[in-house]
Design a protein around this ligand. Structure first.
Ligand SMILES: Nc1ncnc2c1ncn2[C@@H]1O[C@H](COP(=O)(O)OP(=O)(O)OP(=O)(O)O)[C@@H](O)[C@H]1O
Ligand SMILES: [Mg+2]
Length: 292
């Protein structure tokens, strides 16, 4: 498929195997993963034959309708769940069902109420495998500097219940960012923020990412957010989620906010929006027909 010359690719589900030869080098390879949840006597299929790749230093997004299975996929990658079929590799190593290999930011901030913001932010470093479990003074100083950068400098010693939802989310984001694992999984990190703060945070994330080039897998409902931040976007179908389309995002970096006004950006956004509306309509029709 081609969209006015833009490199939009459409691959059939399960055939996204062009990168499989590079498994050794990729930060993450999800290979033909399927999972279903048992609900009383029935099975609820949630993921169907999902394959995706995050190369080292790449920013990849998952875009899919609510309830399609995006968070479930993160739980599988994080080793909290085991797939019924398929394998998960990091740096070429089979890590299916293994915990502790990723830094993860869940949809809810999940800060510990008895720890200050600073101590919450440092948690990922304490829990990481390795001898240096006690965060060093430099790590604390670095965390204080980063808290300043996200506007939480004055709240370093405050407890989470005194922070707004958005502030908690920023602290949780920083905790994932400062964890030593190479791969970051971010589950809709900005969805609870107001539009202006969200836009500021997107710019902050772009800058951080361009500076540090961590490998990121990012869940979002926002097409614009996915296009602004990502190198590649996997568009998922409704549940059971399969890969509908893979988009290699063509815009040069560094990217700034005004990219959203670019003609190609707007075209690509409309194309993706049309694709997702079609998918939603299909899903709604299936619900109405009682087939889901
Ligand atoms: N542990 C579980 N046991 C049973 N069913 C589950 C479990 N976890 C998720 N589900 C079901 O799997 C489906 C996918 O859920 P999931 O949270 O992965 O969706 P999502 O794409 O992240 O949605 P959202 O965009 O709303 O966050 C839902 O129907 C949900 O009810
Ligand atoms: Mg979710």
């Amino acid at each position: 498929m081609s969209l006015n010359g833009l490199p939009v690719e459409s691959r059939q589900n399960g055939k996204e195997n062009n990168r499989r030869g590079d498994r050794e080098k990729a930060a993450l390879n999800v290979e033909q993963v399927s999972v279903a949840f048992r609900q009383r006597k029935t099975l609820l299929p949630v993921l169907k034959d999902i394959s995706l790749t995050v190369e080292r230093g790449e920013f990849v997004s998952l875009l899919g309708p609510s309830g399609s299975g995006k968070s479930t996929l993160f739980h599988l990658i994080g080793g909290l769940l085991a797939p019924d079929q398929g394998r998960i590799y990091m740096d070429g190593e089979d890590v299916t069902g293994t915990r502790g290999r990723i830094s993860y930011m869940p949809q809810q901030p999940a800060l510990f109420p008895w720890r200050t913001t600073l101590d919450n932010v440092l948690l990922g470093q304490e829990n990481a495998p390795g001898p240096d479990k006690e965060p060093r003074r430099e790590a604390r100083e670095e965390a204080r500097r980063r808290l300043d950068e996200v506007g939480l400098g004055k709240f370093a010693d405050a407890y989470p219940h005194t922070l707004s939802g958005g502030m908690q989310q920023r602290a949780a984001f920083l905790r994932a960012m400062l964890s030593p694992q190479e791969l970051m999984l971010l589950d809709e990190p900005f969805s609870a923020l107001d539009e202006l703060t969200r836009s500021d945070m997107q710019q902050w994330l772009l800058q951080m990412w361009e500076r540090h080039r961590r490998s990121v897998l990012f869940i979002t409902h926002s097409i614009e957010e996915a296009l602004l931040l990502s190198d590649r976007i996997y568009v998922l179908s409704a549940r059971p989620a399969s890969v509908l389309q893979v988009v290699d995002v063509p815009f040069a970096r560094p990217r700034r906010e005004d990219l959203a006004a670019d003609k190609d950006f707007v075209e690509l956004k409309h194309e993706l929006s049309r694709r997702m509306r079609e998918e939603k309509a299909k899903n709604t029709a299936a619900w109405a027909g009682g087939t889901v």
